[in-house]
Design a protein around this ligand. Structure first.
Ligand SMILES: *Cc1c(COP(=O)(O)O)cnc(C)c1O
Length: 377
């Protein structure tokens, strides 16, 4: 089955009993047992719920993995994956990881002596250099937020194999439609499904897919023990989102391409970050390991004041955090998504005050371009 067909026919489709074409929402916590200890596959909805299970099957199919798991948020998914590790273990991570992941590592998991080192994973030699005897996992995001840095997943696989590390990939920005890290050798792929997978700014959720049954057993044990599961309504919403993921990503990609062309020709825009541009650092790798470049674009307008002005003046771009929805969103990372990162560190990473990030939606790109042109005047 090809990707577009999988989004409609992958996983569990419909309901055997009634012929319903959409998986029912099993709004239930517990299940009648036929005899003591004899159930029909479900006992209690933290352990397993049929609607959540259908979602977990389809995401496993889309990522070509062994098993999928759904959580109450991307952060719950990431935390559960980190629970695979022990105190005194060490993780090498992409330096501009999602702000919430940064906070989790530096302000929560550090208290349990789970150590980490941030490196620019777009340089494999820096990754090698950061590995110690205690390193157990390599955690990457590609493309990253908001500078769209690209990490070579195959290279990371080689390093992970050599040092016996778990390779974990946050695939939120690329989506399983454009990029399948497990096929490139990763052990675990995860998503904030709040973004492109849900796609409609109406659900907060996280997904994890693993490449092997022993990892699946461990993640299921953690999911059931820690309990950050996704509810049946939200599971259903994600399945609904997945049905149009391919169409949305194609439309978003076209719009992004048009907007980048407009920005490149604009004299008030200095640096543009978009993996689809030939001069973008990592463009060749992005082209090799993904079939699309995605809908996130960042660009610099020179100062925080100018960025504020632009954001005040846009009409179709909604000023909001988050990304990956049908509606175009716009933000200033330094004051919004990345405000919790200390200014010195932001400067190190290249997240300037004048940097604007857009998440391109599926509106008519001519309107989006007119909107930006007016706001940039
Ligand atoms: C949003 C996001 C997360 C966190 O997901 P939530 O659903 O908000 O908990 C993790 N990684 C990336 C890349 C994200 O964009």
């Amino acid at each position: 089955m090809r990707a577009k067909t999988k989004m409609i026919h992958g996983g569990i489709t419909g309901d055997e009993q009634t012929g319903a074409v959409s998986v029912p929402i099993y709004q239930v916590s517990t299940y009648k047992q036929d005899h003591v200890g004899e159930h029909r596959g479900y006992e209690y909805s933290r352990t397993g719920n049929p609607t959540r299970h259908a979602l977990e099957q389809v995401i496993a199919d889309l990522e070509n993995g062994a098993s999928g798991f759904a959580f109450g948020s991307g952060m719950a998914a990431i935390t559960s994956v980190m629970m695979l590790l022990d105190a005194d273990d060490h993780v090498v991570m992409t330096d501009d990881v999602y702000g919430g992941t940064y906070r989790l590592m530096t302000s929560v998991l550090n208290r349990f002596n789970l150590d980490h080192t941030y490196v620019d994973t777009s340089y494999p030699e820096k990754v090698e250099a950061a590995i110690t005897e205690r390193t157990k996992a390599l955690y990457i995001e590609t493309p990253t937020n908001p500078l769209l840095k690209i990490t070579d997943i195959k290279k990371m696989t080689e390093i992970a194999k050599k040092h016996d590390l778990l390779l974990i990939v946050d695939n939120t920005f690329a989506t399983p439609y454009w990029q399948q890290p497990l096929d490139l050798g990763a052990d675990i792929v995860l998503h904030s499904a709040t973004k492109y997978i849900g796609g409609h700014s109406d659900v907060v959720a996280g997904l994890v897919v693993v490449n092997a049954t022993d990892l699946a057993k461990q993640i299921h044990f953690i999911q059931n023990s820690v309990g950050g599961v996704l509810g049946p309504q939200d599971s259903w919403l994600l399945m609904r989102g997945i049905k149009t993921l391919a169409l949305r990503m194609e439309a978003i990609e076209k719009n992004a391409h048009n907007i980048v062309e407009f920005l490149q020709a604009h004299d008030k825009v200095s640096t543009i970050y978009y993996p689809g541009m030939e001069n973008h650092h990592g463009h060749d790798i992005a082209k090799q390991q993904a079939t699309g470049f995605g809908g996130m674009i960042s660009f610099d307008v020179g100062s925080g004041e100018r960025a504020d002005e632009v954001l005040d003046r846009v009409r179709y771009f909604t000023l909001a955090e988050s990304l990956g929805a049908v509606e175009s969103l716009i933000s200033v990372p330094a004051k919004m998504t990345h405000a919790s990162i200390p200014p010195e560190r932001r400067a190190e990473l290249g997240i300037t005050d004048g940097l604007i990030r857009v998440s391109v939606g599926i509106e008519d790109s001519a309107d989006l371009i007119e909107d930006l042109a007016e706001a940039l005047k």
